[in-house]
Design a protein around this ligand. Structure first.
Ligand code: ZN
Length: 134
């Protein structure tokens, strides 16, 4: 459907904050309970900080108590892509932006209904578009 966005590393580096670059392009993780979107409860859409691709809706966000923004469902099936992550001796599913492959977080299968999924996402990988109150 959509073409992948591919940019050289130094272009991402110029475009992003140091922390966003570290998390999205180097598969880093922000410290829990520090992210700016963890406690955010406003209505709107969370987008990829790198390319603006819409990723998660605020009405699928829930408090998993884990310290990172958590969602039970992406905006659409093609919003995100998955990759097996065997680092740190764990078997996890990495969640990446479907458009630019930015590292977003991980997927776990202990989320709430209706999907039973928990997308555990770094705030710093996200940009928030507040819904217009009108
Ligand atoms: Zn992206």
């Amino acid at each position: 459907m959509s073409d992948k966005i591919i940019k050289p590393e130094d272009e991402w580096k110029n475009q992003l904050s140091e922390e966003a670059y570290y998390v999205t392009r180097k598969k880093g993780t922000e410290r829990p309970f520090t992210g700016k979107y963890y406690y955010l409860d406003d209505e709107g859409i969370y987008k990829c900080i790198c390319c603006g691709n819409p990723l998660f809706r605020s009405d699928t966000k829930f408090d998993a108590g884990c310290g990172w923004p958590s969602f039970y469902e992406p905006v659409s099936e093609s919003s995100v892509v998955y990759e097996d992550d065997l680092s740190f001796g764990m078997e996890r599913k990495e969640v990446k932006c479907g458009k630019c492959d930015a590292h977003l977080g991980h997927l776990f299968e202990d989320g709430p209904a209706p999907t039973g999924l928990r997308f555990c996402i770094n705030s710093v990988s996200l940009d928030f578009d507040i819904k217009n109150p009108d």
